[in-house]
Design a protein around this ligand. Structure first.
Ligand code: NAP
Length: 247
């Protein structure tokens, strides 16, 4: 895959899907800014791994839900590299419970981290990328933003909002050749899904036509495609990577 840009910021890149996205994009020759919130040592280890494989990486710590810190983080990158070519809004959390037991804070805290933070990232990226008339952003939503899910009214609302928001950003960015797309993973084997009980995992697996949870690499390659020049005529799209669970 060919990339005309040179650098990328991946949020929540110290573990799981974000880590794999960082490693994969570095393998395609991009300088990767590895964002972390609470695990600097994991982010440093990813930087070391990228460099050991001949790539270029930098670590940048901030909480994506902190607007000032996110804006400052992007400024640091642009001051250092002269541009931000690509952004992957990957950081996300769950806080599952049935709606009747869900407090307002359980709802708004998930919206803040999964949706409002991505708004900040998309907005700042659009400002920076517009100046170069080049850029591509991928937002990591979820299958449950398309289907809904019991126990996840907060999470599914955040991810459904992310899908709609990406399309709106795509409309605003297109005049400046800045693309916005969404990847909607199905069930992927990471710490987030490790929390599920074996019974629940088996019940989900039985509903996946490909009969397995996906791997972070499955998501990372889809993200790389949507950032790359190979997808230069694709914007506002939602790419499902879910083993056929929802078509
Ligand atoms: P994960 O292993 O729990 O990783 C999430 C990462 O996001 C962690 O490194 C976490 O850092 C970081 N993060 C959380 N809140 C943050 C904040 N406020 N600021 C900066 N970083 C923050 O989860 P994952 O499975 O890789 O999920 C990655 C993305 O894929 C999420 O958006 C998730 O919703 C989405 N997704 C996952 C699945 C799945 O099956 N795994 C399915 C659909 C969508 P800390 O450890 O420091 O909190």
């Amino acid at each position: 895959m060919k990339f005309s840009g040179k650098n990328v910021l991946v949020t929540g890149a110290a573990s799981g899907i974000g880590k794999e996205i960082a490693l994969t994009l570095a393998g395609y020759g991009l300088k990767v800014w590895v964002n972390y919130r609470s695990r600097p040592e994991s982010a440093d280890a990813i930087k070391t791994e990228i460099e050991a494989n001949g790539g270029v990486a930098a670590v940048i710590g901030f909480d994506v839900a902190d607007e000032e810190a996110f804006v400052e983080g992007i400024k640091t990158i642009v001051d250092s590299d002269g541009e931000l070519s690509y952004l992957v809004n990957n950081a996300g959390i769950t806080n599952d419970k049935l709606a009747i037991r869900m407090k307002k804070e359980d709802f708004t805290s998930v919206i803040d981290i999964n949706l409002t933070s991505a708004f900040i990232g998309c907005r700042e990226a659009l400002k920076v990328m517009s100046k170069k008339r080049f850029g591509s952003v991928v937002n990591i939503a979820s299958i449950v933003g398309e289907t809904g899910n019991a126990g996840q009214v907060n999470y599914s609302a955040s991810k459904g909002g992310l899908i709609a928001m990406s399309k709106s950003f795509a409309l605003e960015g297109s005049a400046r050749d800045v693309r916005f797309n969404t990847v909607t993973p199905g069930f992927i084997a990471t710490e987030m899904t490790d929390k599920l009980s074996e019974d629940i995992k088996e019940s989900y697996t039985s509903k996946i036509p490909l009969k397995r949870f996906g791997s972070p690499k499955d998501i990372a390659e889809a993200v790389a495609f949507l950032l790359s020049d190979s997808s230069s005529y694709i914007t506002g799209e939602v790419l499902k990577v879910n083993g056929g669970m929802y078509m």
